[in-house]
Structures are given as structure tokens and as C-alpha cells.
Design a protein. Structure first.
Length: 70
């Protein structure tokens, strides 16, 4: 799936810009965060719930401590 990524061009009215946040795996939009004007045009990344669930399903438990490993 190809998703267009909006650029950081909006302003919050106090001199800061809004940086879009997208999933680093599928590029789904996750929202926006306030950034400095110097970061205009940049994109921040996170992980959406669907990609997180897919990743976690592919991991196996580490014996004894409840954590997971690949």
C-alpha cells in the first residue's frame, strides 16, 4: 500500500510547525506533533497498532522472563 506523506507546512499560530507522524512500516498516518520551523518538511516515524501486532506475532518468548525474541 502506498500512502502519500503530508509535509510539515501547517502552523499552530505561535511560530511552531506541525510535523506529520507516519508508521515506519506501512506509512499509515499516525497524527502530527509540534516541531520547530527548522524541521519544516520533515516527517517523524512511529509504528501503527496493526504493524506492531504483526511484528509481535512473529516473535517467540524467551524462556523464563516473559520477554520476546526473534
Amino acid at each position: 500500500m502506498i500512502v502519500s506523506i503530508p509535509q510539515c507546512v501547517e502552523s499552530d499560530g505561535i511560530g511552531a510547525a506541525l510535523m506529520p507522524v507516519v508508521c515506519a512500516w506501512c506509512r499509515a498516518p499516525l497524527g502530527a506533533k509540534v516541531c520547530s520551523p527548522a524541521m519544516a518538511g520533515k516527517v517523524s516515524h512511529g509504528m501503527c497498532e496493526a504493524c506492531s501486532e504483526r511484528l509481535m506475532r512473529g516473535m517467540r518468548p524467551i524462556a523464563g522472563d516473559g520477554r520476546t525474541a526473534r
